[in-house]
Write a protein that binds this ligand. Structure first.
Ligand code: PLP
Length: 394
């Protein structure tokens, strides 16, 4: 019987796409720890530690900070399902695929979504958010994506958060691709609810969604007139499990929590500032190398993420062919563009464990070779040299 279902042997890839990123061996090792019950004293101690570790990476003192079960999207849905009631006015910044998802998610919760749009690759301007806040009767929240993984845009949040509060709204942030790569200042920036994932900047496998809720957000949850429409993501019941009471709601994914625990230890051992700096340095080298190859970045200058770069595909180049060759001959995964960027950009991720000098060098060398093979004229050796100069200048 099992002859036709052989042992799993997935390739060991260099993951330079928009996530997942490569997983640290210490995290894989932690996942081999024995599975205990979800109310076992050992697991309860891990839960407490996880809350503390997550507060450190989110830079918050929020009591309710924990990993929700499910990938980053579950974090999004948990926040929207618990903060939004029928008819609430919700302002969503849309400058890429993930902003559009937030709007869709809000609409499914019965919100009246006011969309603040910007062109793909650009950031959402505070003025546009203020206009939307002014147009609302009683805005419940502003939701915005910090790191738009579909475009590579790095959204400044402080001014928008101040505006949201001035108009009596909560500030909700998608930090799925930012946490662990660039600063996410939950308390300093006045973010009321924030969600992330395990498989991008934190370099654990996918499966949990770190979330944090301010006291103000919890007041809104507690003041609901209607029950949360999602049973699985109901914060009241889940807070009872992650809080003092330990009331069973659903079985926590034990092994994934081990993984996140170890991944956060790795992050904090490196130090957040050192980690952010590593992302900046490797991105600068990548960008210098891409420029030497004559490739252009698609995100607005001055607002480019270090951990995710969108690169315009040169005219006449079959973008899928380049990705296929990277995978087949160099073992490297990068990603295609989404929506309006489909066929037009490549998305290159340098997240967490994947964000390393040797990966930058290998990718640049591979791209040079592949583009040359496609008849594109590039100055041989220039990309790796440009990157090396960048590293040397550090
Ligand atoms: C990846 C991503 C998500 C979705 O996260 P999943 O873990 O895939 O559910 C949401 N928002 C942004 C900005 C992302 O990059």
């Amino acid at each position: 019987m099992t002859d036709s279902f052989p042992e799993l042997k997935p390739a060991s890839r260099i993951l330079l796409g928009p996530g997942p990123s490569n997983v640290h061996p210490r995290v894989m090792k932690a996942m081999m720890s024995p599975v205990v019950g979800h109310l076992d004293p050992d697991f309860v101690a891990i839960m407490e530690a996880l809350k503390g570790l997550l507060r450190a990476v989110f830079r918050t003192a929020n009591q309710l900070t924990f990993p929700a079960s499910g990938t980053g999207s579950a974090g999004m849905e948990m926040i929207m399902a618990n903060l939004v009631e029928d008819g609430d006015e919700v302002i969503v910044g849309i400058n890429g695929a993930f902003g559009a998802r937030l709007a869709d998610c809000g609409e499914r919760q019965g919100a009246r979504v006011i969309k603040t749009q910007a062109e793909w690759g650009r950031i959402i301007e505070p003025d546009a958010v203020e206009a939307a806040l002014k147009s609302a009767r009683k805005p419940k929240l502003v939701a915005i994506v910090h790191a738009e993984t579909s475009t590579g845009a790095h959204q400044p949040l402080e001014a928008i958060s101040a505006l949201a509060h001035r108009y009596g709204a909560l500030m909700v942030v998608d930090a799925v691709t930012s946490l662990g790569c660039v600063p996410v200042e939950v308390d300093k920036w006045g973010i009321d609810a924030c969600y992330s994932c395990t498989q991008k900047g934190l370099s654990a496998p996918p499966g949990l969604a770190p979330v944090t809720f301010s006291a103000r957000a919890m007041e809104a949850v507690n003041a609901r007139k209607s029950k949360c429409k999602s049973w699985y993501l109901d914060l009241g019941m889940i807070a009872n499990y992650w809080g003092e009471n330990r009331v069973y709601h659903h079985t926590a994914p034990i092994t994934m929590n081990y993984a996140l625990y170890e991944a956060l230890r790795v992050v904090l051992e490196e130090g957040l500032e050192a980690r952010f700096k590593r992302h900046r340095i490797n991105a600068a080298a990548l960008h210098a190398g891409l420029a030497a190859l004559g490739l252009k970045l698609a995100a607005e200058e001055g607002y480019r993420l270090p951990q995710l770069s969108t690169v315009s595909v040169p005219d006449g180049v079959d973008e899928a062919k380049v990705r296929a060759e990277l995978l087949a001959n160099y073992n490297i995964e990068i990603a295609a563009g989404l929506g309006p960027f489909k066929g037009k950009v490549w998305r290159i991720g340098l997240m967490g464990e994947s964000c390393r000098r040797e990966n930058v060098t290998l990718l640049l060398g591979a791209l040079e070779q592949i583009l040359t093979g496609l008849g594109i004229e590039v100055a041989r050796g220039s990309a790796i040299a440009a990157a090396a100069d960048c590293y040397a200048a550090e």
